[in-house]
Design a protein around this ligand. Sequence first.
Ligand SMILES: Nc1ncnc2c1ncn2[C@@H]1O[C@H](COP(=O)(O)OP(=O)(O)OP(=O)(O)O)[C@@H](O)[C@H]1O
Length: 978
Amino acid sequence: MATTTLPRPSRPSLNPPTGPLPSLPVPKSRKNSIGSTSGSTESSRRGSSASLLPSITGGRAVSSSALPQRPQQKTHSNSTSSVPTLNPNDPPSTLPPGKTLRKTISIGAFPQPPKGVGRTASHPPSPLSTSSTPTGASLDQRLSAGSKSVPSRDSSLRKKSPRISGRGFPLKSPLTSPSLLSGNGETRSVSSGALLNLPSPPQSRNSSAQGSYATSATTFDDVGEEETRGRSDNKRGADRHSLHKDGKGNVIVSVRVRPDAGSNDGKQELEWEVNAKRSSVTYKGREGGEYIYDNVFDTQDNNSRVYDAAAKRLVRRVMEGYHGTVFAYGMTGTGKTFSMQGTATSPGVIPLAITDIFSFIRETPHREFLLRVSYLEIYNEKIHDLLSSNTTSINGQPALQEEIKLREDSKRGVYATPLKEEIVQSPTQLLRVIARGDNARRVAGTQFNARSSRSHAVVQIVVESRERIPGGGTSLQDSKRSAIAPGGVRVSTLSLIDLAGSEKAAENKERRTEGSHINKSLLTLGTVIARLSSDKDKAAGSEKDKAGGANKDKHLPYRDSKLTRLLQPALSGNSLVSILCTIQIGSTGSIAAAHSHTGETLNTLKFASRAKNNIVSHAKKADEALGSGADAGSRALLDRYRMEIQELRKQLDEQNKAKETKEEEKDEEEEKARELEAEQRHGEQMLEMQLARTALKERIEHLNRLILSSKSLGVNTNRSFSSMSLQNRNSVLSNGDFAPVSARSSASHATLEVPALNRTSSGASGTSFPSPPAGASGAIGETGSEEDDSLGENGDGTASQAVQIRALQADLADKNRYIGTLEKRLLQARRSSHSRVSMSLSQRIVGGEDGGLEAIIKEKDAEIADLRARLDDKDRMVAALRSAARKRDVADLGIDTSGLHDSRRTSHHRSEGSNASSKFKSSPISPVALLSPTSQKSGKGVEEMTRILDEMISERVDGAHPAKGSQRSSLRMVSESR
Ligand SMILES: Nc1ncnc2c1ncn2[C@@H]1O[C@H](COP(=O)(O)OP(=O)(O)OP(=O)(O)O)[C@@H](O)[C@H]1O
């Protein structure tokens, strides 16, 4: 395709059309739309001339806007002589009793998207009607719903006013005047549902407005061609062509005639002729003339038709990226508000435009849109925000508000600030916003209108749009991709303006003041438009003009009123323009005539002619603000929102990640801390347990050695030490494997130095003495080689006292070493659990737990004292043993050696083959002496010593019992005390 060509009638050879505007890109979706509808009978009917239409690139649809344009327009409008002058002799009129008061219902009364009425059932459905309206009703339904309530205009026209040119169907007027924006709403010439997106035959000026918007993708160049073609049959075609080359095709001027309720006598026909077909209004009175416009709506035309012909195409253009302005101009009470707002049953331009805007959005999936709306009024030359939240109406009059100022910059042109803009997402929402503004607008009853608008009201809908990714996917993934790679944002503005009506001086002072402001601003508007014509030749087609007419500012009094200042961008060529002028025609003697409407009507007609003739528009599609920076398209909220959303999403992701990481870290830290704490606690517990176990083990071992040793020696019996000793020795030696018995553990040997005296007497002592207390038995066989620890060379234990002393000393050394070992371990344990211990200690101190620190210290002191007492015991024991040894030495002087043999006999087998026996022989003191009758003294000493030892051993045994003392606390006490 790619190029779908639409039928175009052959036309005379004219210069190639040079449309004032560049070709408009059309979404591909349009192609489908077109295709679906262009395959209709109308399409085939026009197929013969399809080649004449510009080809469609990229599958774009073709517009039906390429309509022939009425040739008379320019000639008439340009001809000042043709404009009838006002008749100053017209008598001032007064409001007749029968005048219909304005009963316009604000669009607030229909919050839901309006349903058009008044269209005939034969209206072809809009191509947009294939999709539902926002309220769910298709446009077709909307249109057909209203068709019953409004009679066919043709029939009514014929009936009421046979002199008014009817628009019989299908009419193929050779004067059909195509326009960039115009497209007459007449659709009855087109079969229903068939050719909504196709151009009317060249001769038909009554091309469907719907058709025009259905094919709004048509480039302006196309229109230029059509205009040229349309003019070909008219002697004024050349003029029209040049006019459109000047950009006139972007300006539509329509005149709407309001029905005159008081005119039932047909007299109006005598003075006025309204020919909707020719789009002309003719005044036949004095200085009369014919006025021809793009559209003339007679009294039977309803709002829907007015919208279709005068505004629909412009609205579609705005959605495509052009700026567009629609305003209603006319005398008070002639139907401006009625046309712009409409009623619940007959919605006007504003609600119908809103419906179309959202229809367009729905049908343009390859672009995304953002709409924002503002609503202001110019009242007594001051601008007020009708959407401002502090707009509170008091007794029907809005409260005073902050004045809005007009500013201008290169990007935005002239704009009001500060002005509230509301972003809207549905037709209902948009209608409600506007209804809110309507309620805040100043209205008052006047002589001519019970609810007269006392201000100029401007609804501005800013349309931001941006191309979505190719393919226009609507999936979430596509949306995301689109958000990630934003294209340029195009910003266009649709201004819908309901001007206050010009009026004669009122009696009421307030109304007079309002009226003077209204009239002044309207006068300025008229002046600006009138002067546009003087500049048009210079400006037309020039870059200066395209730039917005900045140079014109020097000549044109835009700044004389806020209205003209606000309209400056539109009037100076940057916008597509549609002007709807409303008049009320009264015949001689009618109500309207009685109110001097004729003069005002003629003024309005002249204004409309000048506007059509003078306003030059070189509206261009707004550039897409490329780049994603905040500067690009400073007003493009769409971009900013996209960026903001992306930024927020990014932040949210980061925050989520940070939160997750933190939580993980926190969990990990907590876990680690818990583990560490548990580990520490466990380690400490294990260490303590180990320590305690070791201490207990050693202590038990040690004490066991003592006990066993004591038992083996028989010290707990009443028998004599020597006999016990011998007995023991016998048992020990009964296996004939005599070995010296160590009096102590091998470890003890090295740590305690044995006194020389004991050492020398150890082998010679004949005193029987118990075996070494600790570890003796366990050491037998292992440490038996230690010669110093021999029980006695003579085998009777006479050397046992010295051995005993050394054993005790060794035991003492053992204990000291043992304590040292415990100390080391405790210190080690303390280091690892220092903090914990100190903490628990401090807690104990603070909380007074377990009696507090004092109790602990006392406990430790007691343990220290206990240990000291034990040491003292040992010292005493050692001293007693030494003392006994000395006594024995003294007694040795009178020893009877006879007993020695007995003694020897008793231990005969032991002494034999023993090294110890040889030692014993050489000993200066025989151990037997201790047991002989001559050694009574020494025997007494031994008994005493034995007793002491018994006590000590039993004491230790008691102490070793777990129930009788806490090893752990004892150990701790020792370590802590040191
Ligand atoms: N075409 C029409 N068909 C039926 N009624 C109409 C038409 N035009 C206007 N009217 C009625 O005429 C009355 C005045 O209309 P409207 O208020 O729209 O005039 P206006 O031009 O806005 O006046 P003003 O400038 O004072 O605000 C209203 O009651 C309205 O319903």
